[in-house]
Design a binder for this molecule. Structure first.
Ligand code: PEP
Ligand code: MG
Length: 575
């Protein structure tokens, strides 16, 4: 029987393939008293051997696809499986207590984890605790005869099914094999959705129930344009999805003709179409989609893909690669935005009730815990500045005082580098993201001090509407066309222009085909989006007239009460 499903359309494209469940299997067991302790030790040895072989394979795979430094975390895991002291203690525990291997494994590894975790403020020890926890889970799975899913081991065409995908899972998805993914939770601006668009993998998020419905090996048809999926489709449904896929491929071919064209409207006005990237590897998508700039480089992935703080040299190399790769076209780099849903295993952040309203991004960088890493990042950026057209922006700025403090640190590091004899570009612009309503409202004051604004609507909308961007229960409040949001955006754009500065947008709204006509009318200068949205946006802008779009924006801002009214108006003007 086939099951239909509707979720949030997160990344364009259509696919039909076998399900791969990225869902943790049931690892519960009960303690048993055993007579044959030798048998338990043999079971343990076998589980250790299989775990080791598996880890070795994962390690080699990671080294090949992600690089040696990212494979290091698995070296640490291999050391844990091979640790004779720990495995000896587990065996001893089996003999001493006449218990099953599962229980002995749990007792001993819990003891190690507790010991490492008790050593506070030591990120190295916190990581060791995490290593033991991961490895113990793997051994336990083998004892119980179940397999842990592992996205890096996928080697055939699949649709990945998961409750949620952490940024680290998404980073491991190989486009060659992962034809689509569907998750239970998430919204259009959750990071799994953003990553899907930059990897150009069709995706549906927030389906609420895919993990309940899909089983390993089921066939799943996914339409990421409409947000629909069918588990075990009939032949007729399969053909329907395949036809939609073909139509999309043809449409893409049409758009591709605009790859080397400038972005000009019907009345000859130019807008900058830029791309959002997460790593230097994303540059290939930037070029193949003909972006005119990088409007947002989310640098936190540099930190998240590493097992320790990336060094100044590591960062310098990454930034240089991107600047050189863009060949003189502007590159806006955002300083790290850790916190919210993005964690670092080696940075001991406090548990928070509301992480998205908490200790995040610049707030970390301006505190004692994060100042050093901020200075390192700014040094790396400034050293790389001579290789291209660098623009730096700070995320999560709420007050002018925060911007001034960050700018002061920036100036200090700049001065130091010059005294040390490094070359530093004179034309680096320093701006901020506008993603907190307080900054959007006070944009006229900020505009006097910053070089540019980039509006982060993913957060600006969640904070303005008080609706968690990760929570599909309130995803109806993600309303980019709500007149309240449009008024904030207009205030930011007008304030920038009054001071002779430019205003861009790097939130998902910038590539939203219903929002684009409105933003053109408001006078936004730069639109930065997932690479995969660039060509369709260029194609749309080509058809539109800016004077008409100004009239549309005026009416939307002044006459409309609701987002639905705005959508109707856009259809009237740009449909
Ligand atoms: C935003 O908030 O709109 C943004 C671009 O940043 P992120 O999605 O990384 O929070
Ligand atoms: Mg943001």
């Amino acid at each position: 029987m086939s099951d239909m499903l509707k979720g949030i359309a997160a990344s364009d494209g259509v696919a039909v393939a076998k399900a791969y469940l990225l869902v943790e299997p049931d690892l519960t067991f009960s303690k048993k008293n055993v007579d044959d302790t030798e048998h338990e030790k043999t079971r343990l040895d076998e589980a250790l051997k299989t775990s080791e072989k598996e880890l070795q394979k994962i390690r080699d795979n990671a080294a090949e696809t992600l690089g040696e430094s990212e494979a290091q975390v698995f070296d640490a895991h291999l050391m844990v499986v091979d640790d004779p002291e720990m495995t000896g203690q587990i065996k001893q525990n089996i003999s001493d207590n006449s218990v099953n291997a599962e229980q002995a494994l749990k007792d001993v590894t819990d003891m190690y984890i507790g010991m490492f975790e008790a050593m506070e403020d030591n990120s190295y020890m916190q990581e060791r605790a995490a290593d033991v926890r991961d490895v113990s889970k793997r051994i336990l799975a083998h004892l119980l005869g179940v397999t842990l899913p592992d996205p890096s081991m996928i080697n055939e065409e699949v649709v990945v099914v998961a409750h949620d995908l952490a940024p680290s899972d998404t980073a491991q998805l190989d486009r060659k094999y992962v034809k689509a993914f569907v998750t239970d939770v998430g919204g259009r601006t959750s990071h799994s959705a953003i990553m899907a668009r930059s990897l150009e993998i069709p995706a549906i998020v927030g389906s609420k129930q895919i993990t309940d419905i899909a089983h390993e090996g089921d066939i799943i048809a996914v339409n990421g344009i409409e947000g629909t999926a069918v588990v075990n489709p009939t032949e007729e449904q399969k053909s329907e999805y395949k036809e939609a896929g073909q139509k999309f491929a043809e449409q893409k071919k049409e758009w591709e003709k605009l790859k080397d064209a400038k972005t000009v409207t019907d009345d000859g006005k130019h807008f900058d179409l830029a791309a959002n990237i997460g790593t230097p590897k994303d540059l290939s998508g930037v070029h193949s989609n003909g972006a005119e700039a990088v409007g947002l480089y989310r640098t936190e992935f540099l930190y998240m893909d590493s097992s320790d703080f990336p060094t100044e040299e590591d960062q310098f190399n990454a930034y240089k690669k991107v600047l050189e790769g863009m060949d003189g076209k502007p590159v806006v780099v955002r300083t790290m935005d850790i916190g919210g849903d993005k964690e670092l295993p080696y940075l001991d952040l406090p548990d928070e009730m509301n992480p998205f309203l908490g200790y995040r991004a610049l707030r970390i960088n301006l505190s004692q815990l994060g100042e050093k890493m901020f200075r390192t990042q700014l040094r790396a950026l400034l050293r790389a500045s001579i290789y291209g057209e660098l623009r730096i922006m700070f995320p999560m700025v709420a007050t002018l005082q925060e911007f001034r403090s960050a700018k002061k640190i920036y100036n200090e590091e700049r001065e130091k580098l010059i005294n040390e004899g490094y070359g530093v570009s004179d034309s680096v612009q320093v701006g901020i993201m506008i993603e907190i309503p307080a900054a959007a409202v006070l944009a006229d004051h900020f505009a006097k001090e910053v070089d540019f604004f980039s509006i982060g609507t993913n957060d600006l909308i969640q904070y303005t509407m008080a609706a968690d961007r990760m929570n599909e229960q309130v995803s109806y409040l993600y309303q980019p066309y709500n007149p309240a949001i449009l008024r904030l955006v207009k205030n930011v754009v007008d304030s920038a222009h009054k001071e002779g500065k430019w205003a861009g947008m790097c939130g998902e709204m910038a590539g939203d085909q219903t929002a684009v006509p409105l933003l053109m009318g408001i006078g936004l200068d730069e639109f930065s989006m997932s690479s995969s949205s660039i060509l369709k946006t260029r194609s749309l802008m080509k058809k539109l007239d800016t004077t008409k779009m100004q009239e549309l924006a005026d009416r939307a801002l002044n006459d409309c009460d609701t987002a639905d009214e705005v959508i109707a108006l856009v259809n009237e003007y740009a449909g």
